[in-house]
Design a protein around this ligand. Sequence first.
Ligand code: SMO
Length: 726
Amino acid sequence: MTSTPPSTLSTEPTRREDDALLRGQACFGQDVALPGAWHLAFVRSPHAHARLLGLDAQVAQGMLGVVTVLTATELGEHRMPAINPLLPLLHQEEFTLLARNTLTYVGQPVAVVVAHSRQQAQAAAAQVVLRCDVLPAVTDRHGDSDRHGDSGMHSALHSDHSTPPTPTTRTQHRHGSLPSTCAHTAKVRITSPRVTAMAMEPRACSAQWHADSGSLTVWLGSQTPSRARADMARVLGLAHSQVRLISPDVGGAFGAKASVSPEDLLVALTAQHLRATVRWTATRSEDFAAGMQGRGSQLEGQLQLDAQGYFTGLTAQLHFSLGAWLPFSAVVPLRNAARILPGPYRVAALDVQGQATQVHAAPVNIYRGAGRPEAALLMETLVEQAARQAGIDPVALRLKNLIAATDMPYTTPSGEVLDSGDYAALLRQACEKFVYTAERQQQAERRARGEWVGIGLALYVEPCGQGFESARVTLHSDGHVTVASGAPAQGQGHATTFAQIAAEALGCDASQVTVLMGDTDHCPDGTGALASRSTAIGGSAIVQACRTARALRDGGATYPIVVDDSFTSDEAWSCGCVMARMALDPDTGQPTVERLVWADDAGHIVNPTLAHGQLVGGAAQGVGQAMLERLVYDAQGQLVTGSLMDYAVPRADDMPAIEITSLHTPSPHNLLGAKGVGEAGCIGVPAALMNAARDALSPLGECALHFPLTSEQLWRAMQDHFEKDL
Ligand code: SMO
């Protein structure tokens, strides 16, 4: 489907969301008024792996304000929903909402305490005694990948440790035959540790049982209200129509609120069981220990070059970590990383092998970028190292190997179809903004003065949103318009963008358009807000429905006109190029990101201010992942970075200025020519920062570095070298 994107709007409205947000009138999870609601707290596993021998809730039951303590005996054994089968599962572990016999991660829900206040519920939960027989835990063993071989079908979770665990899922892409000889081979191995999404608002869920109708209203901060409703209805044994799911204002999601958790389902189940209204808001500690985590991979690759510098072969081995249970999108990061390689480059032959293995730890799900950052990180470090080895400038080497704009649409060796993009133009534009030649000159001068300075580049491609999104457009007799979308917002500003899109398509003013999202009673069934898809696909559904409504109106149909529509699309591929300059303190290794320049192409942009905000926000999380953030489990599977005292999120003074320049190559796949923008900052920025650090240390030879790029790691890399020199 090809179409001309709409003309750029002359007046860009301010965010209609901001007034309520800035005046404290927003309605986040805890703001939902539910007088008389009981509060829930979860009794959670203190062990990563144990047999549960017994549970004593007698003391807790008698505590002030406690209504009841519920276990799987009272609530029944309910399984988590099946996951998105984008990759085949080699074995499937049953996972029940409440643990019954075996505990498989620290933080796993074992019982639900219901009390009159949140504090009473939490105090009582702390008094529930679990009798356990502790078992050895399998945790992430990055750097010990041999143990992930296959011998038998023992998953990590139920392994008796006499055999290594088998991966839960695998993927591979092969194309052409790898050359047996080549002029240069670059080789890297990088760990990208688990991180937390750190939404400002922790998870929150409330549920109200309506005894008269035997139905339930649930308030859940969710990226996917339609699927969450279906999941809840299944567990509760209700029809979809008997569950209303409302996703209110949500203080950030980033993938971590894309799939329902056992806790969400237990809130709904408890409301039904007690025929009551109940609510739960996670503490920050609960989000750390038992929320959905992101990343967690070890990436290895080899890039072969011929004597002219052309990429002749890429091999990659990707090892991803999964938690004790699988959220709906658990296999997406591995699938994305494997299929995106080799990124924006032509590579004659390729062999990409990937696997994901469950360990006794919190679940891993999609997190802003979901496999795209890993693909960029591996490919771009290989390219930079190859450039050093071949003695070719990294910009020149890239220009030699980038897929040409004239080759679009381009089918990659992995079988993906890149829809559009001009990667060489992006690289040139980034070079211009960065003033690359002068930067290299200054780097040489500073190095000569004994300074440690590195310049890092990264290009990336970013598949954005396959599948469908829905829209319902209503033209009212008074001229007002209602647009209902299946894609809710968690801070992105969809109400502003969707109103703009509808107004443009209908030829009316955006102020006449009311946008409804995140309420299954008022919105059509949809996919939801994830995979950078809402503007491209959700926006196109709105355009399509508006065009039909307009035709009906112009054809003389009488009001009100209601049009239900959906738009289905192939993936649009965003792309970009990031350049960073990083200096390292020679005494402490402390890195300083001195410059960050980014040329981004997200296709046609509907609202430049909102798109810019998405880019900057994504870059902040990208800087966090690269420089600061790491979830650490000890050998017993205890999370040792479970608070903001131990886990470093970027603060304002950690953020460099982000110099953004943009290209706008429209996607032919949707009615707006739009591509994704929300995840981009997490994709290119970390890879460029890794390359800047490696470039800074390159006078020492090739240094193996991992995320996050702490001063300690960089300092050690310097010392190891000096010791070798002695
Ligand atoms: S990581 Mo996004 O919510 O697809």
